[in-house]
Structure formats: structure tokens, C-alpha cells
Design a protein around this ligand. Sequence first.
Ligand code: PLP
Length: 379
Amino acid sequence: MSKEIQGFSAPIYVTKPVFPTIEEVTAKLEDIWRAEWLTNNGPQHAMLEKELTEYLKVPYLNLFNNGTIALMVACQSLRLMGDVITTPFTFAATPHVLSWNNIRPIFCDIDPVTMNIDAEKIESMITPQTTAILAVHVFGTPCDVEKIQKVADKYGLRVVYDAAHAFGVEIDGKGIGNFGDISMLSFHATKLYHTVEGGALVHKDANLKERIDLLKNFGIKNEEEVVMPGINGKMNEVQAAIGRIMLGYVEKEREKRIALGKIYDEELGGVPGITLMPKVEEHVRLNHQYYVIRIDEEKFGRSRDYVYDHFKEYNVFARKYFHPLCSEYTCYRQLSSAAPGQLPVAEKVGREVLSMPMYGKLEAEDVRKICGILKSFQA
Ligand SMILES: Cc1ncc(COP(=O)(O)O)c(C=O)c1O
């Protein structure tokens, strides 16, 4: 351990949830208690659905108890089956949702800059069994939505976006949920915007809105009719009330993260072997939820794993998102698309990537110190 730099006295984790004040929560709980309505389409749910539809600039939105169930329902609502082309560089939920729908995930390699599915490689993976593309806007960087749609249209495929990381992201002033057939958002506590646990599906189709509402409530149409095998995906009133409060926090939290991101850029830009968060064109509005770097062992002189391990000695707990790749999980590695060497870019990115501490309560000085520690590791 370097003698010059002292470690942090308390652990610095990769993120910290944004907490509303207890007074705001108490006031909203009192509203719920007065209404005597805890779940199943209550007033908080109705208001949050409306408020989020406007905030996210999307035509339709269905709230859920979490993003994973929302994505499962998205696949059901589009009646997906067979094979779906997806990315190995994502959270476990993405391919698991396909498996729970009896669909085989087909892993496609990723783009070396954006770390999203490589739109150029999708076409070569399409077979008669392919029914859809499930792409992920990894770390909130938008996928190449135009190219993906072009391939999908050519082959009559559906496009579903796992937009778990992309709350509030826009392209040309259009909400990210306007692309593809359906997008899923996660409102998990660790996200920029949260409802403790929660999620949503966003799309452009009034019929889908109705079908998804049925699917998330056991397929119950009315007291006499159950019309499809649905599930319990309902968001409750307490989640929705917290979500309404958190809408008042999201812009400020985003601004704080923009400022911290600039410090990471300044401190780490130009360090040999360190690649910063991918830059996007000006017409893209990012949410700055994450700050992710890549470490090239040869050029930096230390591996990502060295940095990850030695950070801990300074009380810094970065995370290896996303390592291992989904294609390396024991439940998927037997797939032919997951065979070693099939996904060379994803394999390299998976070895190099490191998610750095990023949350509004982090001080500018903390970020400078984290960068100083990282630079002190240079061999
Ligand atoms: C890319 C991605 N997809 C899906 C999910 C699952 O969302 P949830 O935790 O709301 O179920 C997450 C993480 O939470 C994620 O990072």
C-alpha cells in the first residue's frame, strides 16, 4: 500500500441509494392510510403512472413491482418464443427472463466502444427460430437504435430494450422508451431514480397497455373472467408514493453525478491504459447513473483485478460490472453462442471493466482521492 495516500475511514461503495426525507415519506404514508388503499391500482399508482409517462416522454407506461417481472411480462405480451438475440454483457436478469419464458438466449458480441450489442453482428446470427432482439442500453448509453430497428424490420423481428440503466435518457429529445416495441425500466433502490423496488414497461401501443395490465394482474379481466395466464407484477401504493417523492430528487441527483463524472474525466483522462465512459453525440441526453472505466493491463501496467483487489485496502469497493459475462454462467455456457472465443469483444471488456463509486453524496474530494489511489497503482 502506498505510504502517501491514506485510505478512507469509512467504506466507499460503488453506489448509495438516494433517500427522501423521512418527513416527506411520513406525509405520503398518511395519504395512503387515509385512503385505506394499499395495492391494486390505487390513487398513488394512478398518479405515478401519469407523472412518469410525462417525465419519460412516452405514450404508454405500465408500472411493475420490479424490472425483472416487467421484462418477463414484456416477452409474454409480445408472445415471444424460440430464440432471442441478446447481449452477454448485462445483468443476470436479462437472459434469465428469456429462460423463464422458455426462450433460448443467443449471445451476440458487443461494440468495443459503447459496450452495447454490436448491431452490425446481429444479422449474421438470425435463423428461422429467431423471434426478437433483446438489447440493453448498458450503463445508460443508448444502443444503435436505428440499425437495430432496420435489421428487425428486414427479418420481421420484435425489438425489446432492457432500459434498466436508462431512466431519463433521450435521443433527439425523444424519451428512450420510444424505440423498439417495448422498453423495460428498473426502479431498484440502486438506480438513479427508484421506488425502493419497482419497474415499468413503456411502449407506443394502447392495445399493449391493456394486455400488459392484464398480464401483471393474473390475467383477471373482471370478477367473472380470467383471460390469460398472468402473474403478480403489481406495484403497491407505498412503492408508488416513494416513486412520486423521488421524482423531485432525480434532476438534482443527475446534476451532482454530472459534476463527479467531470472530475473522473479530468483526473483519469490521458492516463495510459484507462478508457473513460464512452462519449456520446450531443443529441443524446445521458442520465450519468454510472461511471465505468476500462483498464488495459498491458498499457496501465496493472490488471483490472489488481485494481479491484487493492482498492479494498483503501476502503474503496468498486464493482466488476459485468463480470462474469452471462455467457460464462454455468447455466448458459453450454450454448453454442456462448462457446469460448465466440464473443471476443465481450470477453475483453469483461476482463477490463470496473464500475467506479458514483452517487450524489460522494464529495468531489473523494473522487479526486479515489483517482489518486488508482493512479498510484500504475506500475
Ligand atoms: C441490465 C439490467 N436488467 C435488469 C435488471 C433487473 O431489474 P430489477 O432489479 O428491477 O428487477 C437490472 C438490475 O437491477 C439490470 O441492471
